[in-house]
Structure formats: C-alpha cells, structure tokens
Design a protein. Structure first.
Length: 305
C-alpha cells in the first residue's frame, strides 16, 4: 500500500515549497511515499501572471509522482468529442512521461445549474454508460501502462449507490488495468443525514457490503471527509440564481462546491479498519488547505499508521 499527498502545479501549491528537495522532505516527514499530482499551469511569486507548462515545474522531479489526477471536465456529455480526447490525452501522456502508476478520472456529469439546484438532468446509469463509451474511445489502442482509476462523485455518474451501476461501469470498460478510486468524502455527500464521522464510517461499510464483489476493483482511496448535509439542505430551501458574468459565475459555483466538499481529515477510530477492509494499492490524503502549516496539520491528523 502506497500513501500519497495530493498536489497541483498551480501557484497556490507551488508557492509553499522552496525546491524539489523541500517538497520531498515535507511529504516523507508526514508519512507519504509520493504525490498524486494534478498537472495545472503554474506561476511563481516573481511572475504570478506568466503561466508555464506544468511539465517544467521545478518542484516535480523523477520518482516523486505516484499518480496523476486528470483535470476533469464536469459538464462534458454534449461537448466536442475530439476536444475531449485531446484534453484528456494531454494528461495521460504526461502521466506516462513522469512514470505515474495510476491516473484518476471522474465519472460524473454536472452542469452549473445542476450543482446549484440538485435537480438532475441525467440518471447515474445514463452517465455511467456514456462515460464507459468515452473511456473506451480514449483508451482503446493506446499503449498505456498505468492503472486507470475511475472516481465517484455525488453528481450523476459513479456514486456507488446502486451496485448494478458500479458493475455496469467496470464491465463495459475495455482497458485491462481498470479500477476505482473511492473518494470517501464524495460518497458521504450522497447522504445528507450523516452527522458524525462514526456514522460516516458505518455508511461506507454498508455500501461495501452491498457490493462486495466490487471491493477488489477499488485500487485507490481518496481518504477525506466533510459532513455538510445541513449546509446543502439549508441551501436548497432558497432559490439561487447563477451570475451571468462568466468569472463571477465560476467563483460562485466553486465557492458553493467547496462548502459542500471540504476535504478534511478522516479521523474516526474506525477509519483504519475501513482501509484494511478495502486493502487498496494506493491511499491519497486529499485535502484542501490554506497554507503549508495547515496541510502539515491535516496530514498528521489523518495519518494512518
């Protein structure tokens, strides 16, 4: 079992570290074997507005990256197929260049309106079937060596709520080294009544019990939690309008998403047993933090020995 820290090549993450050595020392001190990297454009404090290619980020050197998290598009079903292929192949090719052992791909479809209203425009099965067809188009005939791990969200798609949908996805994808990246926090957002981390652990065990045959396919975990059902229920009591201005709209949508999906340490006593039951190849401590100090605190609080 390998342990990772999530990291991006964006300014907010890069500015926290002075060198590749500093980054390596940091994550190893906090119990991680490597990084799960999302390759975004990055900039420096000296030139914050000049965006460079992520592959040139000086903090990322050979041997550091265990996994690549694709820069996933939420609203994709009706997008141009060739552009989608180009978008994802860029990340997949980068994963090969840095020697990543796995990549992460969201199986979900959600537009801004759905994110605000929670009124679904597709069923989970519709998105699962469409995603499987797209994944086959993306991967068939390619000579990739990494595990392709499909991640759940709480929007239409892979949610782990219906075992038949989970089985349908894994059976339809042709790629040999296929599996799931179970995001524990994302699963918790499917139940707005959860109040405590202990309840959260129990809910995850119940989900696994319903689809025991799928557990061997869970090759990775994004280990995090946020219990925000009360926020969502309060939000849905009042109509919310999406801003017309694209920049304002983007900010408003992501502010809302991050209030749902906080990515905080999963610290309940039963978490270790949950991880042992699944026995994944990869565990990523996936957190959203405001500083290097807070990241260090989160890594220590959520650390599994």
């Amino acid at each position: 079992m390998k342990f990772q820290m999530n990291f991006t090549t964006s300014y907010d993450d890069v500015i926290r570290f002075t060198s590749a050595e500093d980054l390596h020392r940091f994550y190893t001190e906090h119990g991680c074997d490597g990084l799960e990297l999302m390759p975004l454009p990055y900039s420096t404090a000296e030139a914050p507005d000049i965006y460079l290619s992520s592959k040139k980020c000086p903090l990322i050197v050979p041997g550091m990256v265990t996994g690549i998290h694709c820069c996933c598009i939420g609203d994709w079903v009706n997008q141009d197929r060739k552009e989608l292929i180009r978008h994802y192949r860029k990340d997949l090719d980068y994963a090969m260049r840095v020697g990543a052992e796995y990549v992460v791909f969201h199986v979900a479809q959600v537009d801004d309106e759905e994110g605000f209203t929670y009124e679904r425009k597709h069923t989970d099965r519709e998105v699962v079937d469409a995603a499987a067809a797209f994944i086959n188009e993306l991967l068939d005939g390619q000579e990739y060596s990494f595990w392709f791990l499909m991640e759940n969200l709480w929007w239409p798609g892979l949610t782990f709520l219906e075992p038949e949908d989970t089985r349908a996805l894994i059976s339809q994808v042709h790629y040999g080294k296929k599996g799931f990246m179970l995001d524990t926090g994302h699963y918790l957002h499917t139940d707005l009544e959860l109040r405590t981390q202990e309840e959260a652990v129990a809910a995850l065990h119940r989900m696994l019990a319903r689809q025991k045959d799928m557990i061997p396919y869970i090759k990775g975990l994004h280990l995090q939690q946020s219990l925000t059902g009360d926020y969502v229920k309060e939000w849905l009591q009042t109509p919310h309008e999406l801003p017309e201005d694209p920049t304002e709209r983007f900010c408003k949508v992501y502010e809302h998403i991050f209030r749902i999906d906080k990515h905080e340490p999963f610290t309940a006593a039963g978490v270790k047993g949950l991880v042992e039951r699944i026995a994944p190849m990869y565990v990523t401590y996936e957190y959203i933090t405001r500083s290097r100090e807070e990241l260090a605190e989160y890594l220590e609080r959520g650390r599994i020995e």
